[in-house]
Write a protein that binds this ligand. Structure first.
Ligand code: CU
Length: 223
């Protein structure tokens, strides 16, 4: 965990061959991309479509469309009958839809901000995680070089509002503001780019201090 990156361009049809190897039913529910009602991957009681209740050892093929107007960084997650426990255990992943033929950045990172609670881990404390790990050195150590065009893709997938703060750097928001700390809530996602100009050993972290000090931090190494 997180699940694999789904990487599409506008105009693509995305076909996901999903096999549930867990003991419990599970699904895949995407954000942002276009999908017809039966490709929603959501449990709806007696109105549930097959894609909203995939039993253990069964398969389902999700078909989604990256239509015009779906560009962006998104996520997918379980939305089956066990919701939200499978998501809280890590059944989520990133989904990016790029402009057709768009130049790829030199380097890019996909970061899920989320929580492991005691009912999930059996441990005493809550861990605030990035991609399933807590604390710098365990969380992803990101690496880039001066001069590279670097893209960060960040999404939240728990009950909390987080911020993404990057030391030594700043970026321009779509509305033109220059920021170095961006707030995002449950299932919100965003992407920003910068041209790397500042070598060193930097921190990235959530700036909610409780989250920061319970694990939501990592290294960004620029050479
Ligand atoms: Cu946080």
């Amino acid at each position: 965990m997180p699940g694999p990156l789904i990487d599409a361009e506008v105009g693509d049809t995305v076909v996901v061959h999903f096999r549930n190897k867990l003991q419990a039913p599970a699904t895949m529910h995407p954000h942002g991309i276009f999908y017809a009602n039966e490709m929603d991957g959501a449990y709806k009681g007696k109105w549930t479509d097959p894609g909203g209740f995939v039993q253990r050892n069964r398969t389902f093929t999700y078909v989604w469309e990256a239509r015009e107007g779906t560009e962006g960084t998104w996520l997918y997650h379980d939305h089956g009958p066990m919701d939200p426990l499978p998501t809280f255990k890590g059944l989520f992943g990133p989904l990016v839809i790029r402009e057709r033929g768009e130049a790829r950045p030199d380097n890019e990172f996909f970061l899920a901000f989320h929580t492991f609670d005691p009912p999930i881990t059996g441990l005493r404390g809550t861990y605030f995680c990035v991609n399933g790990k807590a604390y710098a050195g365990n969380t992803p150590t990101l690496e880039a070089k001066v001069g590279q065009r670097v893209a960060f893709h960040v999404y939240g997938v728990d009950n909390f509002f987080h911020t993404f703060h990057l030391h030594g750097h700043r970026w321009t928001e779509p509305d033109g503001r220059i920021v170095d700390n961006k707030t995002f809530g449950p299932a919100e996602s965003f992407r920003f780019e910068l041209v790397e100009d500042n070598p060193g050993r930097w921190f990235y972290h959530c700036h909610v201090f409780q989250h920061l000090h319970q694990g939501m931090n990592g290294w960004y190494l620029v050479s």
